[in-house]
Design a protein around this ligand. Structure first.
Ligand SMILES: Nc1ncnc2c1ncn2[C@@H]1O[C@H](COP(=O)(O)OP(=O)(O)OP(=O)(O)O)[C@@H](O)[C@H]1O
Ligand SMILES: [Mg+2]
Length: 236
């Protein structure tokens, strides 16, 4: 059984259809990359899986259980979390307060101490800066904090919406390395990333989304060598 199964979802903003009959499968332990141009529907897809948006038709199944109609907080409790585009930190709070707020569900709250230690091991920078106000951190540090906070929810599936947006190339490498480490800990990853080449390199499989439909899917290797992907997304 796949960890996440999306069956033909269609999502509208008013009368505008932005996802049409999108199907997608994520197996446990995979790193899935969703590739698409600006406006293709990538954030809409992530927000629909998170329950922030509701599909007009289709189904979302997680661990064999339909979650299509659950509220966002219930979906987090089931084990799905997203690191949103733009991070959405509590900027006037400290690093540690931001992290603790990530474990607001009953399930993750029980493991709060243990997970905080795990995150401080994974991200020693955050441990050193636990009392620092989030606003005063650099863009890269804020992204690491946003990822740490998401990990505090103790997810089985973590979704990243353009985590390297606006970051310097060196910092981008750090973020991608961190995503790799998270995957190595057994957390399944769904990644949306502008940096298509790097993203596919750390992925097992990928889907190409164009104008709200999946036009192509395959192993990362297949996509990296696909002529359409090469010209449209890799600039080759
Ligand atoms: N709240 C909204 N109301 C109306 N239309 C929206 C809304 N949010 C997004 N859209 C439209 O839906 C389409 C898909 O948007 P979405 O944000 O999912 O794209 P994306 O692939 O994440 O793009 P980007 O790479 O720029 O982040 C776009 O045409 C966008 O203008
Ligand atoms: Mg987006």
């Amino acid at each position: 059984m796949a960890l996440l199964e999306i069956e033909k979802i269609s999502v509208f903003y008013g009368e505008m259809c932005v996802l049409r009959d999108v199907s997608l499968q994520v197996e446990r332990g995979e790193v899935i990359c969703v590739v698409g141009a600006n406006g293709a529907g990538k954030s809409t897809l992530i927000n629909t899986i998170s329950g922030v948006l509701k599909p007009r038709s289709g189904k979302i199944i997680f661990n064999g259980e339909e979650i299509t109609h659950l509220e966002p907080y219930q979906i987090v409790e089931k084990g799905i979390i997203q690191v949103p585009e733009g991070r959405r930190l509590f900027l006037n709070m400290t690093v540690e307060e931001n992290l603790l707020l990530g474990s607001y569900t009953p399930r993750s709250r029980k493991k709060r101490k243990e997970n905080l230690e795990k995150i401080f091991t994974l991200l020693p920078r955050l441990a050193e800066r636990r009392k620092q106000i989030a606003r005063t951190m650099s863009g890269g540090e804020q992204q690491m904090l946003a990822i740490g906070r998401a990990m505090m929810a103790d997810p089985q599936l973590i979704m990243f919406d353009e985590p390297s947006l606006g970051l310097a190339p060196k910092v981008v490498d750090h973020v991608l390395e961190l995503i790799k480490n998270i995957a190595a800990q057994g957390v399944t990853v769904l990644l949306v990333e502008q940096n298509v080449h790097h993203a596919l390199e750390l992925s097992t499989r990928g889907y190409v989304l164009e104008n709200g439909t999946v036009v192509l899917s395959g192993t990362a290797h297949e996509l990296l060598n696909n002529p359409h992907v090469k010209t449209a997304y890799l600039g080759l």
